[in-house]
Ligand binder design. Structure first.
Ligand SMILES: Cc1cc2nc3c(=O)[nH]c(=O)nc-3n(C[C@H](O)[C@H](O)[C@H](O)COP(=O)(O)OP(=O)(O)OC[C@H]3O[C@@H](n4cnc5c(N)ncnc54)[C@H](O)[C@@H]3O)c2cc1C
Length: 403
């Protein structure tokens, strides 16, 4: 009997889960042994981690269990943490076992980039996984509930003014009054400071849209400080300000949102050409030296400038779809489809639950319409993997149920 090819998908985020769902829908059962390996039993929407961290989206809702969505007759799921990949022997090494493959999809996502700055790993909270968001949420809750007298307990420094930093700071900013009220704390005791390298926040937007966002966020009481973080400590950060002077900013809560890089698995694996732990891929999203390996999402970086894009969920999702369709073609002995082209539909940054700023189909939007579109995008993703039932259970609507 002919041996069925082994297809392994590493990572169940936007990119990897999309490949698995595509194969479940479009690959004839029995054509291949398809296995998704991820380090948790569930998929979580990374784009909602800031809400989990503030407590405005429940961690229970944020989990979508793989085994509830995947048809075990078509796709196997294994919970394991991948450590390294050897493309020469076509083997993947995990904490629990090792796995051989004929075709491999690497979709291991991102890790925060500390840029080697002292104290980041030791003292900062990060938005990396659902568990890291839950840790931050617990810290925020404890600091408010158990507030005694140290004002630094209610001071939050957010390092970074890109998407993650701004969405987190704004979400927390919209909740501060509520938290103070519940805990009987005077409003002006709580403070959020956002440290930004440049004057412009959200550098993916044009100056006008970025200023609109800055204005809205400043109205929430969030203070912007310009400078480079040079050290993080247990009681705050040291920055080099615009004048080149070192400045101490005190706080008992530092959140590191200053950039991401690819998974450490990539730098731990020999033979891959990578940049910041993101593998260089060709126009078919393959590793040039190993055409049986595809890379999607934040794990990939294109060799061709025209598809060199900022890592986003939108990009990971489109890459996942594309690689899924090419795997179906390969497994049916058909040639690959045309090279991958990213269709940028827009970007929306949420500012709390009912406000936002963005660009959709080249049109600038802000306010409730932006917030509506943001929720629509999140719900559309849930629909694409889990159908209407999951949208009703886990979706985000104008009036949210978890707060
Ligand atoms: C707070 C925040 C807000 C964001 N907002 C937006 C937004 O509004 N719009 C947007 O487009 N993008 C946004 N992004 C970026 C977006 O989330 C990422 O670009 C996207 O998640 C990348 O998808 P991915 O599939 O590559 O990785 P991920 O979605 O991160 O998935 C990686 C998967 O791999 C698993 N994994 C990791 N390491 C291992 C291992 N060693 N072994 C096994 N499994 C492993 C993880 O558990 C996870 O399931 C945001 C990011 C953050 C943090």
């Amino acid at each position: 009997m002919e041996k069925k090819p082994n297809v392994l998908i590493l990572g169940g985020g936007y990119g990897g889960f999309k490949v698995a769902i595509y194969l479940q829908k479009h690959l004839q059962a029995g054509r291949a042994n398809v296995t998704l390996i991820s380090k948790h039993d569930y998929h979580y929407q990374t784009t909602l981690l800031h809400k989990v961290a503030v407590g405005t989206y429940s961690a229970r809702k944020a989990r979508i269990f793989f085994r509830k969505i995947l048809d075990s007759k078509k796709i196997d799921f294994i919970k394991d943490t991948i450590l390294s990949i050897d493309p020469e022997s076509k083997m993947v090494f995990g904490e629990r076992s090792c796995y051989s493959y004929d075709y491999l999809v690497i979709a291991l996502g991102f890790v925060p980039n500390t840029f080697g700055i002292k104290g980041v790993d030791e003292f900062c909270y990060k938005l990396e996984t659902l568990n890291s968001a839950i840790r931050l949420r617990n810290n925020i809750e404890t600091k408010f509930k158990d507030f005694h007298s140290d004002p630094l307990d209610l001071r939050f420094i957010v390092c970074g003014s890109g998407f993650t930093g701004i969405e987190f700071a704004a979400e927390l900013g919209t909740q501060i009054d509520e938290l103070c009220k519940i805990c009987g704390i005077e409003k002006n005791l709580a403070k959020i400071i956002c440290v930004s390298r440049g004057e412009q926040i959200l550098p993916m937007f044009n100056v006008k849209d970025s200023n609109i966002a800055k204005d809205k966020i400043s109205k929430l009481g969030i203070e912007f400080v310009q400078g480079d973080v040079v050290e993080c400590k247990s009681d705050g950060v040291v920055i080099k300000n615009k004048l080149g002077e070192l400045e101490d900013i005190k706080s008992n809560n530092v959140i590191w949102c200053a950039g991401v890089k690819g998974s450490g698995v990539i730098s731990n694996s020999p033979h891959f050409e990578h940049k910041d732990s993101r593998i260089l891929v060709d126009e078919f999203l393959r590793v040039p030296k190993y055409h049986n390996i595809f890379v999607v999402g934040d794990s990939a970086i294109s060799m061709k400038r025209n598809i060199l894009n900022a890592p986003t969920a939108q990009l990971a999702n489109q890459m996942g779809c594309y690689v899924g369709s090419n795997l179906v073609r390969i497994l049916n002995d058909k040639p690959l489809s045309k090279p991958f082209v990213f269709k940028h539909k827009g970007t929306v940054c949420s500012i709390g639950h009912t406000d936002g700023v963005g660009v959709v189909f080249h049109m600038s939007i802000s306010g409730e319409i932006a917030a509506f579109l943001k929720n629509f995008i999140e719900n559309k993703w849930i629909f694409s993997i889990g159908g209407i039932i999951n949208v009703l259970k886990k979706g985000q609507f104008r009036f949210r149920s978890s707060n």
